[in-house]
Design a protein around this ligand. Structure first.
Ligand SMILES: [Zn+2]
Length: 319
């Protein structure tokens, strides 16, 4: 496996663009290599290209980190789905319309999205000791901020992932039970502890939100001993699990009843899917007491796309 791209000279900051086999555009990156040897942290954003808070946070981090304050190295790719960004799709890869975060580990003989996933999983992950993936609600999503930790990897990987999540300034950590498809999930399968940060939504962004996600990455880097400075006290964070992801069974109009971040009781109405004449196609109720993580904010919800996601407390008795 080719991990040469992580061999940067100590004490340097390098910017450039990586060639991806079979794709005719390049991936921008910044590598900050400390004077002292140590672990390598990979940071990506823009796997979903309309999730601007994560992208802007990665750009800020790339501009602000200095080799003097680093032990080991931090490699930042702020715009993984560059073609989607430049054609302003709503997070699909422009060439093939696919959702990159469903394809990992990818396929070297597939379409552009498959090849890009393959490059990341085969060339970048093997050289990374830790991984942070920055996301945000998509243009059609409204979400409450939270962080995902890995729950379907080896126990020591999951433990490191949870420690990284605990370093962030987030109210909730959602423990994922999925071990494939997404970059963050697949990294776990390959033995790389990772977290996925969700902040901001609806295709909007502010410097304040981006600064918060940048700060979360800095807190993780301090906790891992990569970035100088005192590691933050792990904040008492609430772990959510048993996540429910509800997709539209058919195309229609989605009328949510509640908001992301709301706590709902078992049996409470979450929303209805209706046709263009107002007739109810689907009714969705909470299956358990839970926190709403995100929901569609677009009136249009095509078949198979997310309507709402909510998660229960790890200890179901605890609030
Ligand atoms: Zn995303």
């Amino acid at each position: 496996m080719n991990t040469d791209i992580f061999n940067f000279s100590p004490g340097t900051k390098t910017t450039g663009e990586l060639d991806v086999p079979g794709i005719d555009w390049k991936l921008p990156y910044t590598a900050v290599s400390g004077c002292r040897p140590g672990k390598t942290v990979l940071v990506t954003a823009g796997i979903h290209n309309a999730e601007y808070v994560g992208i802007r946070a990665a750009m800020r981090l790339a501009q602000s980190l200095s080799p003097d304050e680093i032990t080991g190295q931090v490699v930042i790719l702020p715009l993984v789905n560059r073609s989607g960004f430049e054609h302003r799709t709503m997070s699909a890869v422009y060439e093939d319309g696919k959702n990159l975060n469903r394809l990992f580990p990818g396929d070297p003989d597939g379409t552009a999205s498959d090849r890009l996933s393959w490059f990341i999983s085969q060339t970048l992950f093997p050289g990374a000791d830790y991984y942070v993936d920055l996301h945000c609600g998509d243009g059609f999503e409204k979400l409450s901020e939270y962080v995902y930790c890995q729950g379907a990897a080896e126990p020591e990987v999951c433990a490191d992932s949870e420690r990284m999540a605990a370093a962030t300034d987030m109210p909730y950590t959602v423990r994922s039970t999925i071990g494939s498809g997404g970059a963050f999930n697949h990294a776990g399968k390959m033995g790389v502890p990772a977290v996925l940060i969700e902040r901001g939504s609806q295709g909007l962004w502010t410097e304040e939100e981006a600064q918060k996600s940048e700060e979360d990455v800095r807190r993780i880097l301090k906790t891992l001993g990569i970035l100088q400075g005192k590691a933050p006290e792990p904040r008492p964070h609430t772990i959510l699990t048993h996540a429910h992801y509800i997709d539209a069974g058919q195309s229609g109009c989605w009328y949510p009843e509640r908001h992301p971040g709301d706590i709902v009781e078992k049996g409470e109405l979450l929303g209805t899917l209706r046709d263009y004449f107002g007739s109810v196609l689907e009714t969705h109720e909470a299956q358990a007491r839970a926190v709403i993580l995100f929901q569609a904010c677009s009136l249009s919800t095509p078949e198979g796309t997310p309507l709402i996601a909510y998660a229960e407390w790890e200890n179901r008795e605890r609030k």
